[in-house]
Design a protein around this ligand. Structure first.
Ligand SMILES: C[S@@+](CC[C@H](N)C(=O)[O-])C[C@H]1O[C@@H](n2cnc3c(N)ncnc32)[C@H](O)[C@@H]1O
Length: 244
């Protein structure tokens, strides 16, 4: 994509790259992600509130500290609210910030926990930036739920098992429960009562494992549900033909 000319010379616009950075352990960054993080001039790291540091940025801190080329970090706020108008305003503001660097011909790496295609704030910016005609790429990352399964040392699904990823517990969980074999419940600590009631209503034999901060130094693995209100927390529910 070419911009209007500067002093008669066409300038190539930058591209937006959604970079999956894995679940937490910096060693789980892919080689491709590291390469981009060492070279891209602009890093965009989402955070949930102005006073809260970006979790994603903390994971790539060492990679950035070790780089030789200068870089600039954008930390747009994406609040954890269901107020769509407020979210839309924040996405627009972040997209404008990103676009201002793309217009200067600079590539922007938007770092995202796990994989950029899985419930990531990157998707909202991706849609807006693509709609404005810029080029967008994605670099896959190790997802939090495969990280959790590895930490727990269990196979997530086997043979003809059906895996269900649940981003929010509501009435839909009960409707699909009987057809799934393994359920990954994200943001699990937010809604433990309905979650527990729904899972208990299914009388199949089951194993439940919760993982907090998987692959990080302070990782915690426990049997059953948790109620600690920690964001980086996932519960795996495996209805067993095979035991965990
Ligand atoms: C918005 S989703 C992001 C998912 C991410 N894009 C992925 O590919 O895994 C955030 C949820 O992912 C889960 N999560 C992310 N990192 C985690 C970690 N290190 N340990 C446990 N759960 C994690 C939690 O359930 C958290 O509430």
């Amino acid at each position: 994509m070419l911009s209007p000319t500067i002093a008669g010379v066409s300038m190539k616009k930058g591209k937006l790259i959604g970079v999956g950075i894995g679940p937490g352990d910096p060693e789980l960054l892919t080689i491709k992600a590291q390469k981009i993080l060492k070279n891209v001039p602009i890093i965009c790291a989402p955070r949930s509130a102005p006073q809260r540091p970006s979790i994603a940025l903390s994971i790539v801190k060492n990679t950035l500290n070790n780089r030789k080329k200068e870089y600039h970090v954008l930390e747009p706020v994406f609040p954890m609210t269901e107020n769509y108008k407020s979210l839309e305003d924040h996405w627009d503001r972040a997209s404008n910030q990103v676009a201002s660097f793309l217009d200067q011909g600079k590539d922007v790496a938007f770092i995202t926990l796990g994989d950029p295609s899985i419930y990531s704030t990157f998707s909202y910016i991706q849609r807006k930036i693509e709609a404005r005609g810029y080029v967008v790429e994605m670099i896959p990352g190790i997802t939090s739920f495969t990280g959790c399964a590895s930490s727990a040392g269990i196979p997530l699904v086997e043979k003809d098992d059906i895996l269900v990823i649940v981003p929010k517990v509501d009435h839909r969980l009960k409707n699909i429960l009987k057809d799934g074999d393994t359920f990954v419940i994200m943001k699990t600590s937010r809604h433990s009562e309905l979650l527990e009631k729904t899972i208990k209503s299914d009388h199949r034999e089951k194993e439940i494992i919760s993982v907090k901060n998987c692959t990080k130094d302070d990782e915690e693995i426990s049997r059953g549900f948790v109620n600690h209100k920690k964001y980086l927390s996932t519960t795996l529910v495996k209805f067993s033909k095979y035991k965990l």
